[in-house]
Design a protein around this ligand. Structure first.
Ligand code: DAR
Length: 352
């Protein structure tokens, strides 16, 4: 289908060029600023310029962004590679002469990783591994209409109806779409968010709001959760699907196998996933391209976070060893009072 240009594109390409220049003068670090080529933008036809304006709006309006752009259609990465490829390589530290084509495999046989066996003190951690996936039959979340969000949720719910019959993954689908047959009330939604299972209200996130990704909240949003609550699928968050395995404990091998099996099962129940020949699995944000994977550890570090009040020191120390730190409530959240934080490898695309 012809890629959609969602409504609400207020900025003209000339505005876009001027805004980028002012961000550059202010020396703000967003990648879209440093890799934006005005001549490239002007060279595009009006339709493509509108699409480019839509993709970069979040970074232009939020100059504290890291990347500053979100894809709106699966084809964007290949159709706008002139600008996006340098940004992607810059963000993932991949030299221009290195082939990006990701080599992914699920075999962790050679690496036993049970944190509790490595260090007694790491028995009280929880671990999750997730992959982001988008199907090729819908625009990406930033360009979906409310009808498309609800239609996609219905496609996912049909897949979950089959997954429920699988003894290894049986569970339930919980929707927050008003009027959905699977709708849960505000109390249960709040409890699931508190339990670090369901994603929080996206309409308060300035980056996702400008990108159109949180539009129509809460329509088309929900979560599949297995009976053991160790296999979850977010529907309609930053990507169409966030498929994750989680556990209290730190045995990465077990977790990886749970996720692999769940992903394999779901793949057979859904429309084809959107992929790019260059970048692998297509995601809304270029930071998640490739395997779409993030593996994270929730652990309590009260000493390094001044009892949860300050992440600065921990972020600095973690960065030295290739790790990134988020609050326990996810991106842009603070640590829990007990110093609970989310720690994950910074490496994404380009790491096997
Ligand atoms: N607002 C985006 C966030 C990038 C990484 N996090 C994601 N994709 N959740 C930025 O460019 O800063």
């Amino acid at each position: 289908a012809k890629p959609t240009v969602p409504s609400g594109v207020e900025m003209t390409p000339q505005d876009l060029v001027e805004k980028i220049k002012s961000n550059k003068q202010a020396r703000r670090g967003i990648l879209v600023g440093w890799h934006f080529v005005a001549a490239y933008c002007i060279s595009l036809c009006e339709y493509s310029r509108q699409r480019l304006a839509r993709m970069t709006a979040s970074g232009i309006e939020n100059p504290d962004s890291q990347m500053g752009a979100y894809a709106m259609n699966p084809q964007d990465y290949d159709q706008f590679a002139t600008m996006l490829d340098p940004m992607i390589r810059d963000s993932h530290g991949i030299p221009t002469d290195v082939d990006i084509a990701p080599q992914n495999d699920w075999d962790t046989g050679g690496t036993a990783c049970d944190l509790g066996a490595i260090d007694e003190r790491l028995k009280d951690v929880s671990m999750r591994v997730r992959v982001a996936r988008n199907v090729s039959t819908f625009p990406l979340p930033g360009a979906m209409s409310r009808e498309q969000r609800v239609a996609f949720e219905s496609v996912a719910a049909q897949a979950f109806a089959k997954l429920i019959e699988d003894p290894a993954f049986g569970g339930q689908y919980l929707s927050i779409t008003p009027g959905s047959p699977h709708e849960i009330d505000a109390d249960e939604y709040g409890q699931r968010v508190q339990a670090h299972q369901m994603f929080k209200d996206m309409s308060t996130d300035p980056y996702l709001t400008v990108a159109g990704i949180s539009a129509d909240w809460p329509h088309g949003r929900g979560m599949y959760v297995s009976r053991d609550e160790d296999f979850l699928v977010w529907v309609g968050e930053e990507d169409h699907l966030r498929i994750m395995a989680m556990q209290h404990g730190g045995n990465l091998n077990v977790l990886f196998e749970r996720l692999r099996a769940g992903l394999e099962t779901l793949t057979g129940l859904l429309p084809p996933f959107a992929t790019s020949p260059t970048y692998g699995n297509v995601t809304s944000c270029p930071t998640n391209l490739g395997a779409g994977m993030r593996a994270s550890l929730h652990m309590k570090l009260p000493g390094l976070t001044s009892h949860g009040s300050d992440l600065t020191r921990l972020k600095r120390e973690a960065k030295k060893i290739g790790l990134s730190v988020r609050g326990a409530g996810g991106e842009h959240s603070g640590a829990g009072k007990d110093g609970r934080v989310d720690i994950s490898p910074s490496a994404r695309l380009g790491a096997t």
